[in-house]
Design a binder for this molecule. Structure first.
Ligand SMILES: [Zn+2]
Ligand SMILES: [Zn+2]
Length: 200
């Protein structure tokens, strides 16, 4: 199956087949007016990569919008007391008087990494994307893998790592493997796999 690298439109954080990406059909770029065979948030590849569209993406560390990338932190997420979230640097937000028991935290991530993630296509999912992080930066998305395509003799983590040794998307094709789906990522720093799962 074709990837964005095959199309000459590389994305450092999107290594999955093009078919797994949420894109817009061919049309005119909403920014520069050039005809484009594939569009991202209605813009051509160059405008999307150039940061000319106002994109936002949901992650396991909270939403990332343009202003979050600029400030070098995610919009954030609610955490318990004391807050526990790996080794991430957290910035508490003011407590909402309507929800006094809940404190939200921004998560500090380098601006350059957050700008990269909002210049990357989103992926199709049943319940919404949840971009994964490792080594204090966003991982690269490898693809959407139906759980039913993996041997159930192994743990999901082992089965996923084994499958991606020799990924064969053509073998998956359009076969219906059932609704349980793994969204698989790989750390661009340590090479470790990360994933989340959902169902329809
Ligand atoms: Zn354009
Ligand atoms: Zn890592």
């Amino acid at each position: 199956m074709e990837t964005f690298d095959d199309l000459g439109m590389p994305f450092p954080l999107f290594k999955a087949p093009v078919a797994h990406a949420r894109t817009d059909p061919a049309g005119t770029c909403s920014v520069c007016g050039t005809p484009a065979t594939i569009r991202f948030c209605d813009a051509c590849y160059q405008c999307f990569r150039g940061g000319k569209v106002d994109n936002a993406i949901d992650t396991e560390l909270g939403m990332v919008r343009v202003e979050d990338a600029r400030l070098g932190r995610t919009h954030g997420l609610p955490l318990g007391n004391p807050p526990v979230l790996g080794n991430y640097e957290l910035i508490p937000q003011p407590v909402d008087p309507n929800f006094p028991d809940e404190t939200w935290y921004h998560v500090r991530i380098d601006s350059q990494h957050l700008f990269e993630i909002i210049r990357t296509p989103d992926y199709y999912s049943w319940q919404g994307e949840r971009w994964q992080f490792c080594c204090n930066r966003p991982c690269a998305f490898l693809g959407t893998l139906p759980a039913g395509a993996l041997p159930d003799s192994e743990s999901p983590a082992d089965a996923i790592a084994n499958w991606f040794r020799l990924p064969d998307w053509d073998a998956i094709g359009d076969t219906d493997f059932g609704p349980l789906t793994f969204y698989v990522f790989q750390c661009v720093s340590c090479g470790g796999f990360r994933y989340h799962e959902d169902c329809d």
